[in-house]
Ligand binder design. Structure first.
Ligand SMILES: NC(=O)C1=CN([C@@H]2O[C@H](COP(=O)(O)OP(=O)(O)OC[C@H]3O[C@@H](n4cnc5c(N)ncnc54)[C@H](O)[C@@H]3O)[C@@H](O)[C@H]2O)C=CC1
Ligand SMILES: O=C([O-])CC(=O)C(=O)O
Length: 346
């Protein structure tokens, strides 16, 4: 069995060291060493995400962990001539090594949906996976930022929070549910309808990451466009059903992987920039929140050296968005409570 750790070259000390890395677009100022671990790195999301993180000049060490197939993925990615050292880890006894010294842990481990399933239908399998990975994070890299991709995000983030609380390591500034794909979709769909250049579009998406809990705020979308109410309704529904659109198109072969890897890489890059002290890095994410009465909620978050610097409010909402907000609360509350209960009972 392939159990050996694959390294492109030996992984250096995990201490944060300042090194001079001149990169186009990043200036030639010193860039600290940053270790990023991906758990579930050999999966549909994990592989392209590993590729994209290997291309990120802010990463110095890339640890790829999965229960199967990581040596091949790590060997493959490690040949790319970019800054980071790549190491592959497989089997539970190597999980500690994969995690140690990590600044950011990205978790796309778990099963994806098939047609006809909701994200909550994944709870029975993925809740246990997230629970055991969170326990390992608490043990081996308690100060790392965690980017949770595994579904149902509305429950897996509360599970991780409870496991960290039990271990005495919970830091609400460092736990993020990745909802960036909802923003990516909202931007793409808005650009098409509003006929504005997609690279200029900004749309906040708040709430959670499942069905009606996904609430895009098209009233705040820029560049402004005078869309009709029926267009806003259509865009909202399409954003909420974006995941299902891909699940159905893949017809049993999984859910969004490539667009998710892109979204995961965008969000991890934002976290790295925040850690490195780049000012005004703002992304939407599902975090511990007092923006509503719910304990976790997705909204715009300013990222800084300690993770969350500020959870931003919702801003002015249209009547349609206010209705959507009230409609989503019971479902999101139930999903959060389900996660908390699971973490504390099992
Ligand atoms: N947050 C979001 O916006 C999105 C979340 N997802 C979710 O991401 C998750 C992964 O999706 P895919 O990559 O398409 O699935 P996949 O089945 O292709 O890959 C999952 C990987 O996780 C690994 N894995 C399973 N148990 C593990 C464990 N205990 N430790 C480490 N690795 C483990 C598997 O070996 C596999 O390689 C699913 O739960 C999916 O619903 C998918 C798309 C968007
Ligand atoms: O829909 C799914 O199951 C995967 C997902 O979260 C998404 O694509 O937004």
């Amino acid at each position: 069995m392939l159990r050996s750790i694959i390294r492109s070259s030996s992984v250096k000390s995990q201490q944060v060291k300042q090194v001079l890395v001149p990169r186009r677009g990043y200036g030639s100022e010193s860039v600290p060493e940053r270790k990023v671990a991906i758990l579930g790195a050999a999966g549909g999301i994990g592989q392209p995400l590993a590729l994209l993180m290997k291309l990120n000049p802010l990463v110095s060490n890339l640890a790829l962990y999965d229960i199967a197939n990581t040596p091949g993925v790590a060997a493959d990615v490690s040949h790319i001539n970019t800054r980071s050292q790549v190491a592959g880890y497989m089997s539970e006894e190597q999980l500690g090594q994969a995690l140690e010294g990590s600044d950011i842990v990205i978790i796309p481990a778990g099963v994806p949906r098939k047609p006809g399933m909701t994200r909550d239908d994944l709870f029975n399998i993925n809740a246990g996976i997230v629970k055991s990975l969170s326990a390992a994070i608490a043990k081996y890299c308690p100060n790392a930022i965690v980017n949770m991709i595994s579904n149902p995000v509305n429950s897996t983030v509360p599970i991780a929070a409870e496991i960290f609380k039990k271990a005495g390591t919970f830091n609400e500034k460092k736990l993020f549910g990745v909802t960036t794909l909802d923003v990516v979709r909202a931007k793409t769909f808005y650009s098409g309808k509003a006929e504005v250049p997609v690279e200029e579009v900004n749309v906040p998406v708040v709430g959670g990451h499942a069905g009606i809990t996904i609430l895009p705020l098209f009233s705040q979308a820029t560049p402004k466009a005078n869309l009709r109410d029926e267009d806003i309704k259509y865009l909202t529904k399409r954003t909420q059903d974006g995941g299902t659109e891909v699940v159905e198109a893949k017809a049993g072969k999984g859910s969004a992987t490539l667009s998710m890897a892109y979204a995961g890489a965008i969000f991890a890059d934002a976290c790295l920039k925040g850690l490195n002290g780049v000012p005004d890095v703002v992304e939407c994410s599902f975090v511990q929140s007092s923006v509503t009465e719910l304990p976790f909620f997705a909204s715009k978050v300013r990222l800084g050296k300690e993770g969350v610097e500020e959870v931003l409010g919702l801003g002015p909402l249209s009547e349609f968005e206010k209705e959507g907000l009230e409609l989503l609360k019971p479902e999101l509350k139930a999903s959060i409570e389900k996660g908390i209960k699971f973490a504390n009972e099992s």
